[in-house]
Each structure stands twice: as structure tokens, then as C-alpha cells.
Ligand binder design. Sequence first.
Ligand code: ZN
Length: 290
Amino acid sequence: MALTLCDVGPRDGLQNEPDTLAPAVRAELVNKLAAAGLPRIEAVSFVRDDRVPQMAGAEEVVAAIERRDGVEYAGLVLNEQGFERLRQTGLDRVNVTLGATDAFNRRNGNASLAEATARVERILAEADRPTTATISVAFGCPFEGEVDPGVVAGLAGKLEADELVLADTIGVAAPSAVRSLVERVKALGKPVGFHGHNTRNTGYANALAALEAGATVLDASIGGLGGCPYAPRATGNIATEDLVYLLEGEGIVTGVDLDALVEISVWLETLLGRTLEGQVYRAGASIVSA
Ligand code: ZN
């Protein structure tokens, strides 16, 4: 099965940035990513504006997207209220998320693991478009520490989603753990994805390990936008352009225009007024100096 690269920069990236960008600018980012050839973009999350001002005006972002054929536009929801909002939009895919541990769900969604699981199951049952279920903190939890892979695999088996994504939300995993959990969840017979953060510099090795273990969806964020909400000084998602450089170097065709991604990160750097985490946009995509 072909690899689907999903850019989560407009969502996971910007959600964890100190700056709040206007909906029109966030839509412009989505449009630039689509033009660069990303097959999937997580454009927004439907959360409360007062809780997450960076994601305010999700509907405005969606309305300003210039849809391109062949690009799948996804939105993230945490609960039924979010799903009701997504349902009113033309987004192609709903990504519903929960944590793998009780403590994470209590801190993030005000629910026990059992309640969060039931909530996700209800949304998946009602969904009127393709679904992804993302299991956060699948490799380690900022409140409970190491996470039992058996618990994650058991949880994945319960969720009636079209696709399952395993998230290393706090960037603690090493490749062998990623490989083994992807293989285990893959045995359920559904497409499996990996969402890696580069908090401890293992993100790219983990993405490659996930791919080798049979993952067909990889999340990444343009420029490495974002952070780790549980380690305020840490870096965020793996950078899309760095991942594309790595994959193409390994002979994996991504269909994404690396030069176009580099241009987007340069644009973002100016917009945010700081150097981004991604390295390829600073080094240049080509090994020949200009
Ligand atoms: Zn993330």
C-alpha cells in the first residue's frame, strides 16, 4: 500500500506555538501544503476557542481552503461537540483522539480511559466520512511513565476506525518499540500510522522504523512546527521536509515537492519571526551550494 504523508502543521504544529495566526493565514498554509503535493493535511482541530486560541475559527479556516483534487483534508476532534462542528464542514476525514492512559485522559479530556474510549467509540459509530483514531501517548505518558504495549494494542482492537495512528506525543520512543507496536497493531488488519515527535531526537528513526514495520501513514509537521505541551522547552513534531528528504534518499517516492516545502518553511520563519526546528530548510534540499 502506498505511503500517505499527513502534514499536521496547521493543527498540531500551530496549536502548540506561542503565536496565534489568523484563520486566513492558517488556510494559506494549508493551501501551500496542498500545492506542494501533500496527500493529506490535518487542517484544524475543533476545540473551544477560549481553551485553545491558536485553533479559534476552525470553520473560517476550512471555508478559506482552496480544495485540490487528490488532497485529503482532515480535522481533529476530541469530543462530540467537536465532531458536531466538523460534521457541518466539507472536511474529508475525521481524526478522533484519546490517550492510552487513564491519567492522560483525565488531564486532557476530563474523562477516565474507559469514558474516553466510549466517547471515541460513539463518534466513530456516528461518523459519516472516513475515520482515523489516534492513540496519544502510546509509547510513554507524562503522568504514568512507560505505557504497556499490550494495553495500547487492546485499545486499538476496540476502536472501529478505518485507520489507527499511534502517537509518540511526548517523543520518548525508540525505534524498536515503534517497530514492535506497529507490527502488533497492524495484525488487526487495518492501515496503521505513526505520529512522531522529535523531542529526544528519535523522531525520524522512529518514523522509518514504523514504515519498515508496515505503517502506511506518517504524520509530520512543516518546519517541525509545534512543541511538546509537557516539556515547554522541547521541540515538536518531526519536520515534513526533513522526513521527505530522508524517505526520498531511501528510495521511497513521496510525491511531495521538497523545494516547495522548503519555501513554505522559509515563509513560516519570516511569519513567526524565529528559526524553526526543521533542518533541511536551513541546509537546503540540494547538496550543491547555490
Ligand atoms: Zn503531536
